[in-house]
Design a protein around this ligand. Sequence first.
Ligand code: PEP
Ligand code: MG
Length: 555
Amino acid sequence: MLADAQVPGELQRLQQALLQTRQQILEVQEKVRAGLATKDADIFDAHLLVLEDPSVLEEVMRLVQQEKVNVEHAYHMVAEKFACALAGVNDEYLRERAADMRDVAGRLLNNLLGRPDHIDLRHLREPCIIISHDLPPSTTAQFDRSKVLGFATDSGSKTSHTAIMARSMRIPAVVGLKNASKELATGDHVLLDGYNGVIIINPTDQTLFEYGQLERRQADRAVQLFALKDQPAITLDGVRIMLSANIERDAESGAVRESGADGVGLFRTEFLFLNRDTMPTEEEQYESYRQVAAAAKPHSVIIRTLDLGGDKFATYIDTTAEANPMLGWRAIRFCLHQPDIFRAQLRAILRASAEGNVKVMYPMISGVDELTQANALLDECKAALRTSGTPFDENLEIGTMIEIPSAVIIADALARRVKFFSIGTNDLIQYSLAVDRLNEKIAPLYEPTHPAILRLIKLTTEAGRRNGIRTGVCGEMASDPVLVPLLLGLGVDELSVVPMMLPPVKHLIRRLKMSEAKVLAEFALGCDSGAEILVRAQALVRQCAPDLFDHQKPS
Ligand code: PEP
Ligand code: MG
């Protein structure tokens, strides 16, 4: 509750956010007009009317002054009340205004919370390439694949959730271009090469021809690799590697099956919580997990509990802006502070475990206490389900992600308490090297082959072995064929990769000897230079599977 003295400051924040939001809406409208979509630009007139609606603003101010709630809460409550009322009206025009109300509220709340601008791409009518300064993962997840042929951003890096989402949705993308959004204008022609991370402005006929050939070669390669679908991922010297898939949405179950994966090694459940106005119910979560578990049978599905925060925010959850969201109220920390939200998810997972081979995994575990607290809540949910006679798998396996350096250091203690480890290299690299995984300015420092990272992976697999549990990798390192031999040589038992990369990774494993991977890892552990390790890793992969390098850009 606000103190009386805080009320004027709060109202001042509202005025500033209103001005900022108005300016953003006008800018988007201008861009749409410049693209000659004049009719589409009218949408934003409606947004301005909603933003400045006196009845909404009066009620927000009244709540702040009388109820002493902060302006984010007040605006959210009022906007939702108006949106629900409009959504229930028997008039199509007014019902559409409910969507406008929510859109404007999302934009205004982002401004109050200091989050990146909310991007509205509903006006897209024709297929195009999006060039933007930044794109949050929630916006990327909403792209209409028939309209968005690809995208490029100034900011971000290969392991940002926006880039991960693009790979899942098979949208060609290039991130971290620094100035693309300033150098390009609506209507320019660009060729976007996601394989090599470049965009070519106004490509010549010769370039288009060469890329046409490259596309054909890639399509032929995809057909050849598809033939491996039902073959196991087994090295030339007979070591079987579990190769599973990472997914963000239940709709990807089909892609998992088609890729020939050994189930799902990472289900990022937070994506069900994004791009909506209310929290998914337990029932909705259960249905989503049940579908994935049923489709993967008899293989297993590792359901990772919510990893909200960092770069993934749900607008209906009242979070205040943080100076360092990646070090803040994220993942298991958020869930342990919000036990009702966590319990609903745990119940949904437990119930889905009756329908398939389900395992549960906690993200961002930094110490034993968090694991103990999460397990206590899980046990509580199990007890309640037993009492109500609701079926679940009594032997449900619990695992933890290893993505914070402290978890590696205490890996033995964690290993004694879980059934499996899954190394999240995306975050492990970010937290160990102190390199923000979203920041393109320091992207060259984000080095998966840094000797410290390889030693951390080795320490984790050794702790796993000592305690009789298996260690997988579900970070993007596992999806990069160049890095796969290193991971296997370091003792990793399982890899979980983006479905699109599963065929090339399997192809490589089938052409590799584990003895070669071990020699590489031994070299790497004795080497001080990440660059040197990378060169050696590339040489081994080129030797085993030279065809995987076919996508390199035409001269
Ligand atoms: C990771 O950190 O490597 C990981 C798999 O989790 P996420 O990318 O969702 O943070
Ligand atoms: Mg992570």
